[in-house]
Design a protein around this ligand. Structure first.
Ligand code: PMP
Length: 372
């Protein structure tokens, strides 16, 4: 008899890992597959971490987060949103927040609306808690069609999960889409969960949260991407107190807390200006978009650090295999989607790597695209 629980069979291991395994066999690949910033953690944040460790702040943190961080976050959230009922807690990365949110909100059999393409964790996590993912196709331009969302809502719908700026497309929902979705969720009494991990990475328009239009929005955010501290595992969630309390209760019996030294560092991060690295990523976005737009069908990304072009021939998987044979690492779109037509590239890389990647991709496209 297998000892493995049935619930684990509902999904495969992340396809991104498979690409990373392939990558480990390549020598000096042109690597445009990485989903984390290529700049270093800003110095004051590193210093705050070391100081915390050296001064003995190494024990368990409070379950809901150390006051130094939680109170600073609470102050900022209160300044952004004038909501009577909005509490915050510190979790173990945005991923930890996602896990706790789904366990806290979704009963077995309830439906969760996701936009396709989606971040890799969303479907497996929904299935893990016994929920039913309901996918809304956003191809070809990756915009949110509110009519489709409304049509997808059933009596079993519990939650809509939004991610803007988005992984893998880099597309940023516009204020009308955000407001429409926020109001629609409120009208149907459906929970709205907003994954705002790329909030700082908005290149054309200021970031807009659905929490500005729907007071019951649950926001998941974190320090991983904005401060390049993916390995330190600090995230936070804010929303109605009853939901936050429930998530903190579950955190007691699962993650326990986010690492204490990293929380002190995150508190220092709140005073660090990341406009420099963000401006640099805007320039890299332009480099990628301008470098590929003539030969690739590519929606201009407004945020995050990804682009999601259509494969110029073959399936996404076939095209990525050919790219890897040329020493170029990108990720096939079917890891993030029901469709196997696109690929994700991350421009969180040095300019020289991005330029080599663009050159290889343009050579692989074989000629100007013909289908508009
Ligand atoms: N949400 C999205 C959309 C992401 O892209 C990522 C990281 N790739 C996460 C959540 C998880 O981030 P964290 O390191 O905070 O767990």
């Amino acid at each position: 008899m297998s000892w493995i629980a049935d619930r684990t069979a509902a999904f495969d291991s992340s396809g991104i890992r498979k690409v990373f395994d392939l990558a480990s066999q390549l020598e000096n690949p042109v690597n445009l597959s990485i989903g984390q910033p290529d700049f270093d953690v800003p110095l004051p944040i590193r210093e705050a971490l070391i100081e915390a460790v050296q001064s003995g702040k190494n024990g368990y943190a409070l379950t809901q987060g150390m006051p130094v961080l939680k109170e600073a976050l609470q102050g900022r959230i209160a300044a952004d949103y004038d909501h009577a009922d909005r509490d915050v807690f510190v979790c173990s990365g945005t991923s930890g927040g996602l896990v706790l949110a789904l366990f806290s909100l979704v009963n077995p059999g309830e439906e969760v609306i996701l936009f396709d393409p989606f971040f890799v964790m969303y479907q497996p996590l929904v299935k893990l808690v016994g929920g039913q993912p309901v996918l809304i196709d956003t191809y070809p331009d990756f915009r949110i069609d509110l009519n489709r969302v409304e049509e997808a809502i059933s009596p079993r719908t519990k939650l809509i999960l939004l991610n803007s700026p988005a992984n893998p497309t880099g597309v940023t929902a516009n204020p009308e889409e955000i407001r429409g979705l926020a109001e629609l969720a409120e009208r149907h009494d459906v929970a709205l969960l907003s994954d705002e991990i790329y909030r700082h990475f908005c290149y054309d328009e200021p970031f807009v949260s659905p929490a500005s239009f729907n007071e019951r929005t649950i926001v998941i955010d974190g320090f991983s991407k904005s401060y390049a501290m993916t390995g330190w595992r600090v995230g936070f969630v804010h929303g109605p107190a009853e939901i936050i309390d429930t998530m903190v209760k579950l955190q007691q019996y699962s993650f326990v807390c986010a690492p204490q030294p990293a929380q002190w560092a995150a508190a220092a991060a709140l005073d660090v200006d990341v406009r420099g690295p963000i401006a640099d990523y805007r320039r890299k976005r332009d480099l990628v978009y301008d470098g590929l737009r003539d030969r690739y069908d590519l929606t201009r990304p407004g945020g995050a650090f990804y682009a999601f072009p259509k494969a110029p021939w073959g399936t996404g998987t076939e095209f990525v295999e050919a790219a890897i044979a040329q020493n170029l690492l990108i990720i096939p779109g079917n890891i993030f989607s029901r469709h196997d037509t696109h690929f994700r590239l991350s421009y969180a890389a040095g300019d020289d790597v991005i330029e080599r990647g663009i050159e290889l991709l343009n050579a692989m496209a074989g000629g100007p695209r013909t289908n508009g």
